[in-house]
Design a protein around this ligand. Structure first.
Ligand code: PXP
Length: 387
Protein backbone atom coordinates (compact mmCIF):
# COMPACT_ATOMS: atom_id res chain seq x y z
CA UNK A 1 0.00 0.00 0.00
CA UNK A 2 1.62 3.24 -1.01
CA UNK A 3 -0.20 5.45 1.53
CA UNK A 4 0.13 4.26 5.13
CA UNK A 5 -1.86 6.01 7.83
CA UNK A 6 -0.96 5.92 11.52
CA UNK A 7 -3.57 7.55 13.68
CA UNK A 8 -2.34 8.38 17.18
CA UNK A 9 -5.35 10.57 18.00
CA UNK A 10 -8.53 9.62 19.81
CA UNK A 11 -11.08 8.76 17.06
CA UNK A 12 -13.89 9.95 19.36
CA UNK A 13 -12.31 13.38 19.72
CA UNK A 14 -11.30 14.03 16.11
CA UNK A 15 -13.47 12.32 13.53
CA UNK A 16 -11.00 11.96 10.71
CA UNK A 17 -12.55 10.68 7.51
CA UNK A 18 -9.71 8.25 6.86
CA UNK A 19 -11.12 6.52 3.75
CA UNK A 20 -11.68 9.89 2.10
CA UNK A 21 -8.21 11.12 3.09
CA UNK A 22 -6.66 7.93 1.75
CA UNK A 23 -8.45 8.36 -1.57
CA UNK A 24 -7.31 12.00 -1.71
CA UNK A 25 -3.72 11.01 -0.93
CA UNK A 26 -3.67 8.29 -3.59
CA UNK A 27 -5.12 10.71 -6.06
CA UNK A 28 -2.47 13.30 -5.16
CA UNK A 29 0.29 10.76 -5.73
CA UNK A 30 -1.23 9.94 -9.12
CA UNK A 31 -1.54 13.60 -10.12
CA UNK A 32 2.06 14.20 -9.00
CA UNK A 33 3.26 11.20 -11.04
CA UNK A 34 4.36 9.43 -7.84
CA UNK A 35 1.94 6.47 -7.83
CA UNK A 36 3.39 3.51 -5.93
CA UNK A 37 5.97 5.51 -3.97
CA UNK A 38 5.24 4.76 -0.31
CA UNK A 39 4.43 7.63 2.02
CA UNK A 40 3.53 7.41 5.70
CA UNK A 41 1.10 9.92 7.18
CA UNK A 42 0.98 10.10 10.97
CA UNK A 43 -1.90 11.88 12.72
CA UNK A 44 -1.08 13.07 16.24
CA UNK A 45 -2.01 15.57 18.94
CA UNK A 46 -0.23 18.84 19.77
CA UNK A 47 1.84 17.34 22.56
CA UNK A 48 3.42 14.72 20.31
CA UNK A 49 3.91 17.25 17.51
CA UNK A 50 5.62 19.68 19.92
CA UNK A 51 8.16 16.97 20.74
CA UNK A 52 9.03 16.46 17.06
CA UNK A 53 9.15 20.21 16.51
CA UNK A 54 11.58 20.60 19.40
CA UNK A 55 13.76 17.63 18.48
CA UNK A 56 14.08 18.26 14.74
CA UNK A 57 13.56 22.03 14.32
CA UNK A 58 14.48 23.29 17.79
CA UNK A 59 11.20 25.18 17.89
CA UNK A 60 8.83 25.36 20.80
CA UNK A 61 5.21 24.29 20.65
CA UNK A 62 3.24 22.38 18.04
CA UNK A 63 2.92 23.12 14.34
CA UNK A 64 0.36 21.84 11.85
CA UNK A 65 2.53 19.70 9.56
CA UNK A 66 6.09 18.40 9.34
CA UNK A 67 7.67 16.41 6.51
CA UNK A 68 10.65 14.08 6.62
CA UNK A 69 11.91 12.96 3.19
CA UNK A 70 13.08 9.34 3.03
CA UNK A 71 16.77 8.77 2.87
CA UNK A 72 16.52 5.96 0.35
CA UNK A 73 15.26 6.21 -3.23
CA UNK A 74 11.92 4.39 -3.50
CA UNK A 75 10.01 5.83 -0.55
CA UNK A 76 8.82 9.42 -0.45
CA UNK A 77 8.99 9.82 3.32
CA UNK A 78 6.84 10.68 6.33
CA UNK A 79 4.31 13.44 6.91
CA UNK A 80 3.30 14.28 10.48
CA UNK A 81 0.07 16.16 11.04
CA UNK A 82 -1.21 17.60 14.31
CA UNK A 83 -4.95 17.02 14.07
CA UNK A 84 -5.45 19.25 17.11
CA UNK A 85 -3.83 22.24 15.35
CA UNK A 86 -5.54 21.32 12.07
CA UNK A 87 -8.89 21.28 13.82
CA UNK A 88 -8.30 24.76 15.33
CA UNK A 89 -7.19 26.14 11.96
CA UNK A 90 -10.14 24.56 10.14
CA UNK A 91 -12.55 26.09 12.67
CA UNK A 92 -10.95 29.54 12.22
CA UNK A 93 -11.20 29.24 8.43
CA UNK A 94 -14.75 27.87 8.61
CA UNK A 95 -13.89 24.77 6.55
CA UNK A 96 -14.25 21.05 7.25
CA UNK A 97 -11.46 19.22 9.05
CA UNK A 98 -10.93 16.80 6.13
CA UNK A 99 -10.55 19.74 3.72
CA UNK A 100 -7.87 21.34 5.87
CA UNK A 101 -6.09 18.04 6.48
CA UNK A 102 -6.06 17.54 2.70
CA UNK A 103 -4.30 20.92 2.35
CA UNK A 104 -1.77 19.83 4.94
CA UNK A 105 -1.16 16.55 3.15
CA UNK A 106 -0.59 18.49 -0.09
CA UNK A 107 1.79 20.83 1.73
CA UNK A 108 3.65 17.90 3.27
CA UNK A 109 3.89 16.03 -0.03
CA UNK A 110 5.30 19.07 -1.82
CA UNK A 111 7.98 19.39 0.86
CA UNK A 112 8.85 15.73 0.34
CA UNK A 113 9.28 16.49 -3.36
CA UNK A 114 11.69 19.35 -2.67
CA UNK A 115 9.38 22.39 -2.64
CA UNK A 116 10.21 24.92 0.08
CA UNK A 117 8.52 28.15 1.14
CA UNK A 118 11.27 29.34 3.48
CA UNK A 119 14.13 29.67 0.98
CA UNK A 120 12.82 32.66 -0.98
CA UNK A 121 9.65 34.58 -1.74
CA UNK A 122 9.71 33.27 -5.29
CA UNK A 123 9.81 29.66 -4.10
CA UNK A 124 7.07 30.35 -1.56
CA UNK A 125 4.83 31.66 -4.36
CA UNK A 126 5.65 28.67 -6.53
CA UNK A 127 4.76 26.28 -3.72
CA UNK A 128 1.51 28.06 -2.94
CA UNK A 129 0.49 28.04 -6.61
CA UNK A 130 1.25 24.31 -6.79
CA UNK A 131 -0.82 23.69 -3.64
CA UNK A 132 -3.80 25.44 -5.15
CA UNK A 133 -3.42 23.61 -8.44
CA UNK A 134 -3.28 20.24 -6.68
CA UNK A 135 -6.27 21.02 -4.48
CA UNK A 136 -8.30 21.90 -7.58
CA UNK A 137 -7.08 18.80 -9.40
CA UNK A 138 -8.38 16.46 -6.74
CA UNK A 139 -11.66 18.24 -6.04
CA UNK A 140 -14.70 16.07 -6.11
CA UNK A 141 -16.38 17.12 -2.93
CA UNK A 142 -19.76 18.80 -3.23
CA UNK A 143 -20.46 21.48 -0.69
CA UNK A 144 -22.44 19.34 1.76
CA UNK A 145 -20.14 16.32 1.79
CA UNK A 146 -18.55 13.87 -0.57
CA UNK A 147 -20.24 12.37 -3.60
CA UNK A 148 -21.23 8.73 -3.24
CA UNK A 149 -21.25 6.39 -6.19
CA UNK A 150 -24.67 6.11 -7.78
CA UNK A 151 -26.55 2.86 -7.72
CA UNK A 152 -27.47 1.35 -11.08
CA UNK A 153 -29.56 -1.81 -11.02
CA UNK A 154 -29.06 -4.59 -13.53
CA UNK A 155 -32.48 -6.14 -14.20
CA UNK A 156 -31.27 -9.05 -16.37
CA UNK A 157 -32.36 -11.61 -13.78
CA UNK A 158 -35.96 -10.45 -13.88
CA UNK A 159 -35.81 -11.37 -17.56
CA UNK A 160 -34.11 -14.66 -16.64
CA UNK A 161 -37.19 -15.60 -14.57
CA UNK A 162 -39.48 -14.57 -17.42
CA UNK A 163 -37.53 -16.63 -19.95
CA UNK A 164 -37.74 -19.68 -17.66
CA UNK A 165 -41.38 -19.97 -18.75
CA UNK A 166 -41.11 -18.14 -22.05
CA UNK A 167 -44.01 -15.84 -21.19
CA UNK A 168 -44.35 -12.15 -20.47
CA UNK A 169 -43.81 -12.04 -16.71
CA UNK A 170 -42.06 -10.73 -14.74
CA UNK A 171 -41.33 -7.80 -17.01
CA UNK A 172 -37.87 -6.17 -16.68
CA UNK A 173 -39.41 -2.91 -17.90
CA UNK A 174 -41.75 -2.80 -14.91
CA UNK A 175 -38.85 -3.85 -12.65
CA UNK A 176 -36.76 -0.96 -13.95
CA UNK A 177 -39.53 1.49 -13.06
CA UNK A 178 -39.76 0.10 -9.52
CA UNK A 179 -35.96 0.38 -9.13
CA UNK A 180 -36.02 4.00 -10.24
CA UNK A 181 -38.89 4.83 -7.88
CA UNK A 182 -36.87 3.24 -5.06
CA UNK A 183 -33.97 5.60 -5.81
CA UNK A 184 -31.76 3.80 -8.33
CA UNK A 185 -29.95 6.28 -10.55
CA UNK A 186 -29.51 3.97 -13.49
CA UNK A 187 -30.78 0.81 -15.18
CA UNK A 188 -28.45 -1.73 -16.73
CA UNK A 189 -29.34 -4.50 -19.16
CA UNK A 190 -27.13 -6.93 -21.03
CA UNK A 191 -28.41 -7.77 -24.49
CA UNK A 192 -26.60 -11.02 -25.13
CA UNK A 193 -26.12 -12.51 -28.56
CA UNK A 194 -27.93 -15.66 -27.40
CA UNK A 195 -30.81 -13.57 -25.94
CA UNK A 196 -30.90 -15.75 -22.86
CA UNK A 197 -32.59 -13.07 -20.75
CA UNK A 198 -32.97 -9.51 -22.07
CA UNK A 199 -34.70 -9.28 -25.45
CA UNK A 200 -34.51 -6.55 -28.08
CA UNK A 201 -38.05 -5.54 -27.17
CA UNK A 202 -36.95 -4.86 -23.57
CA UNK A 203 -34.14 -2.55 -24.65
CA UNK A 204 -36.36 -0.62 -27.05
CA UNK A 205 -39.12 -0.08 -24.46
CA UNK A 206 -36.64 0.72 -21.71
CA UNK A 207 -35.17 3.44 -23.90
CA UNK A 208 -38.59 5.10 -23.79
CA UNK A 209 -39.39 4.49 -20.13
CA UNK A 210 -36.11 4.84 -18.20
CA UNK A 211 -36.00 8.26 -16.60
CA UNK A 212 -32.50 7.99 -15.14
CA UNK A 213 -29.73 6.48 -17.29
CA UNK A 214 -29.87 3.41 -19.48
CA UNK A 215 -26.61 1.48 -19.63
CA UNK A 216 -26.55 -1.19 -22.33
CA UNK A 217 -24.05 -3.97 -21.71
CA UNK A 218 -23.06 -5.75 -24.90
CA UNK A 219 -20.33 -7.50 -26.83
CA UNK A 220 -18.53 -5.60 -29.58
CA UNK A 221 -20.31 -7.47 -32.38
CA UNK A 222 -21.94 -6.05 -35.49
CA UNK A 223 -25.54 -7.10 -34.83
CA UNK A 224 -25.71 -5.65 -31.31
CA UNK A 225 -23.76 -2.52 -32.27
CA UNK A 226 -26.41 -1.70 -34.88
CA UNK A 227 -29.17 -2.15 -32.27
CA UNK A 228 -27.27 0.18 -29.92
CA UNK A 229 -26.93 2.77 -32.69
CA UNK A 230 -30.70 2.71 -33.17
CA UNK A 231 -31.68 2.64 -29.50
CA UNK A 232 -29.07 5.17 -28.32
CA UNK A 233 -28.61 4.19 -24.68
CA UNK A 234 -27.00 6.75 -22.37
CA UNK A 235 -23.96 4.51 -22.05
CA UNK A 236 -22.72 1.35 -23.73
CA UNK A 237 -20.59 -0.97 -21.63
CA UNK A 238 -18.56 -3.35 -23.74
CA UNK A 239 -18.07 -6.74 -22.10
CA UNK A 240 -16.48 -9.99 -23.25
CA UNK A 241 -19.14 -12.55 -23.99
CA UNK A 242 -18.87 -16.33 -24.08
CA UNK A 243 -21.87 -18.45 -24.87
CA UNK A 244 -21.06 -21.10 -22.25
CA UNK A 245 -20.59 -18.75 -19.31
CA UNK A 246 -23.21 -18.29 -16.58
CA UNK A 247 -22.40 -14.60 -16.25
CA UNK A 248 -19.65 -12.27 -17.55
CA UNK A 249 -16.57 -14.03 -16.23
CA UNK A 250 -13.60 -11.76 -16.74
CA UNK A 251 -12.80 -8.28 -17.97
CA UNK A 252 -12.19 -7.33 -21.58
CA UNK A 253 -8.73 -7.92 -22.95
CA UNK A 254 -8.45 -4.57 -24.70
CA UNK A 255 -4.89 -5.17 -25.78
CA UNK A 256 -5.78 -8.41 -27.61
CA UNK A 257 -8.97 -6.95 -29.16
CA UNK A 258 -7.71 -3.44 -29.72
CA UNK A 259 -8.79 -3.04 -33.35
CA UNK A 260 -12.35 -4.29 -32.81
CA UNK A 261 -12.88 -2.22 -29.66
CA UNK A 262 -11.42 0.95 -31.14
CA UNK A 263 -13.69 0.60 -34.17
CA UNK A 264 -16.79 -0.01 -32.04
CA UNK A 265 -16.02 3.01 -29.84
CA UNK A 266 -15.60 5.31 -32.81
CA UNK A 267 -18.78 4.01 -34.44
CA UNK A 268 -20.79 4.65 -31.26
CA UNK A 269 -19.09 8.04 -30.84
CA UNK A 270 -20.51 9.11 -34.22
CA UNK A 271 -23.95 8.83 -32.55
CA UNK A 272 -22.71 10.51 -29.35
CA UNK A 273 -22.91 7.30 -27.32
CA UNK A 274 -20.16 7.18 -24.70
CA UNK A 275 -18.49 3.83 -24.12
CA UNK A 276 -17.38 2.13 -20.94
CA UNK A 277 -15.00 -0.85 -21.03
CA UNK A 278 -15.47 -3.59 -18.45
CA UNK A 279 -11.93 -4.45 -17.36
CA UNK A 280 -10.03 -6.20 -14.62
CA UNK A 281 -8.39 -3.73 -12.24
CA UNK A 282 -4.98 -3.72 -13.88
CA UNK A 283 -2.81 -0.84 -15.18
CA UNK A 284 -2.23 -2.29 -18.69
CA UNK A 285 -5.96 -2.42 -19.41
CA UNK A 286 -6.45 1.14 -18.11
CA UNK A 287 -3.68 2.40 -20.37
CA UNK A 288 -5.21 0.52 -23.30
CA UNK A 289 -8.68 1.92 -22.45
CA UNK A 290 -7.32 5.46 -22.75
CA UNK A 291 -5.57 4.62 -26.00
CA UNK A 292 -8.67 3.19 -27.71
CA UNK A 293 -10.73 6.25 -26.75
CA UNK A 294 -13.00 4.94 -23.97
CA UNK A 295 -14.86 7.51 -21.87
CA UNK A 296 -15.43 5.19 -18.90
CA UNK A 297 -14.04 1.99 -17.48
CA UNK A 298 -16.07 -0.34 -15.30
CA UNK A 299 -13.74 -2.10 -12.89
CA UNK A 300 -14.53 -5.80 -12.45
CA UNK A 301 -15.13 -6.43 -8.74
CA UNK A 302 -15.76 -10.17 -9.16
CA UNK A 303 -12.48 -11.39 -7.68
CA UNK A 304 -12.91 -9.04 -4.70
CA UNK A 305 -16.46 -10.32 -4.19
CA UNK A 306 -15.44 -13.97 -4.41
CA UNK A 307 -12.37 -13.71 -2.16
CA UNK A 308 -12.10 -16.72 0.16
CA UNK A 309 -10.71 -14.88 3.17
CA UNK A 310 -9.95 -11.40 4.51
CA UNK A 311 -6.37 -11.35 3.24
CA UNK A 312 -7.44 -12.22 -0.27
CA UNK A 313 -10.25 -9.67 -0.14
CA UNK A 314 -7.83 -6.97 1.07
CA UNK A 315 -5.46 -7.74 -1.81
CA UNK A 316 -8.24 -7.57 -4.38
CA UNK A 317 -9.62 -4.40 -2.80
CA UNK A 318 -6.25 -2.66 -3.03
CA UNK A 319 -5.99 -3.58 -6.72
CA UNK A 320 -9.40 -1.98 -7.31
CA UNK A 321 -8.48 1.07 -5.21
CA UNK A 322 -5.24 1.62 -7.15
CA UNK A 323 -6.91 0.97 -10.51
CA UNK A 324 -9.71 3.43 -9.72
CA UNK A 325 -7.15 6.12 -8.90
CA UNK A 326 -5.02 5.37 -11.94
CA UNK A 327 -8.04 5.45 -14.26
CA UNK A 328 -9.33 8.67 -12.72
CA UNK A 329 -5.93 10.33 -12.97
CA UNK A 330 -5.78 9.26 -16.62
CA UNK A 331 -8.99 11.19 -17.25
CA UNK A 332 -11.43 8.27 -17.37
CA UNK A 333 -14.77 8.13 -15.61
CA UNK A 334 -14.82 5.12 -13.29
CA UNK A 335 -17.67 2.67 -12.62
CA UNK A 336 -17.46 -0.70 -10.87
CA UNK A 337 -19.49 -3.84 -10.56
CA UNK A 338 -19.95 -7.60 -10.53
CA UNK A 339 -20.64 -9.76 -7.51
CA UNK A 340 -21.30 -6.82 -5.20
CA UNK A 341 -23.75 -7.59 -2.40
CA UNK A 342 -25.06 -6.14 0.86
CA UNK A 343 -21.98 -7.27 2.79
CA UNK A 344 -19.14 -6.39 0.47
CA UNK A 345 -20.38 -3.22 -1.23
CA UNK A 346 -19.38 -0.65 1.39
CA UNK A 347 -15.59 -0.76 0.86
CA UNK A 348 -16.06 -0.27 -2.86
CA UNK A 349 -18.71 2.43 -2.33
CA UNK A 350 -16.23 4.34 -0.13
CA UNK A 351 -13.91 4.80 -3.12
CA UNK A 352 -15.01 8.24 -4.04
CA UNK A 353 -13.61 8.37 -7.58
CA UNK A 354 -16.15 5.70 -8.52
CA UNK A 355 -19.23 7.22 -10.11
CA UNK A 356 -21.56 4.27 -10.45
CA UNK A 357 -21.96 0.76 -9.08
CA UNK A 358 -23.72 -1.73 -11.30
CA UNK A 359 -25.46 -4.34 -9.16
CA UNK A 360 -27.83 -7.09 -10.26
CA UNK A 361 -27.86 -10.53 -8.72
CA UNK A 362 -27.74 -9.60 -5.03
CA UNK A 363 -30.60 -7.11 -5.32
CA UNK A 364 -32.85 -9.33 -7.44
CA UNK A 365 -32.15 -12.30 -5.12
CA UNK A 366 -33.10 -10.25 -2.05
CA UNK A 367 -36.15 -8.91 -3.86
CA UNK A 368 -37.56 -12.46 -3.92
CA UNK A 369 -37.92 -12.22 -0.12
CA UNK A 370 -38.48 -8.55 0.67
CA UNK A 371 -39.73 -7.08 -2.61
CA UNK A 372 -37.80 -5.12 -5.21
CA UNK A 373 -38.50 -1.68 -3.78
CA UNK A 374 -37.08 -2.61 -0.37
CA UNK A 375 -34.15 -4.55 -1.82
CA UNK A 376 -33.06 -1.47 -3.81
CA UNK A 377 -33.53 0.85 -0.83
CA UNK A 378 -31.45 -1.44 1.40
CA UNK A 379 -28.62 -1.47 -1.14
CA UNK A 380 -28.83 2.30 -1.38
CA UNK A 381 -28.54 2.48 2.43
CA UNK A 382 -25.39 0.32 2.33
CA UNK A 383 -23.86 2.72 -0.20
CA UNK A 384 -24.89 5.83 1.74
CA UNK A 385 -23.50 4.44 4.99
CA UNK A 386 -20.13 3.75 3.36
CA UNK A 387 -19.29 7.47 3.34
N1 PXP B 1 -21.25 -5.27 -14.48
C1 PXP B 1 -21.13 -6.09 -15.55
C2 PXP B 1 -20.27 -5.64 -16.68
C3 PXP B 1 -21.79 -7.34 -15.60
O1 PXP B 1 -21.64 -8.13 -16.67
C4 PXP B 1 -22.63 -7.70 -14.52
C5 PXP B 1 -23.37 -8.99 -14.57
O2 PXP B 1 -24.37 -8.94 -15.52
C6 PXP B 1 -22.74 -6.80 -13.44
C7 PXP B 1 -22.03 -5.61 -13.43
C8 PXP B 1 -23.63 -7.10 -12.26
O3 PXP B 1 -23.12 -8.19 -11.58
P1 PXP B 1 -24.00 -8.87 -10.44
O4 PXP B 1 -25.21 -9.41 -11.11
O5 PXP B 1 -23.10 -9.93 -9.90
O6 PXP B 1 -24.32 -7.80 -9.46
Amino acid sequence: MSVNFFNHTDPQQFRLHLSLLRTQSLRLLAVLGQTGRPVSIVFMDDMEMAEYNQTYRHKEGATNVLSFPAETGGELGDILISVETAWREATEKGIRLDQHVTWLIIHGLLHLLGYDHERSEEQAELMQAKEEQLFQAIQYIHSGGRTMPQLAINVDHIATIREARGGAEPDPVLAAGICELAGAKGIVVHLREDRRHIQERDVRILRQTVKTRLNLEMAAVKEIVSIALEVKPDLVTLVPEKRQELTTEGGLDIVANEKKIRKTISKLAESDIPVSLFIDPCPEQIKAAVEVGATYVELHTGRYAEAKNQKEQDQEFHLIEQAAETAFAAGLHVNAGHGLDYRNVSRIAALSVIEELSIGHAVIARAAFVGLDQAVREMQDCIDLAG
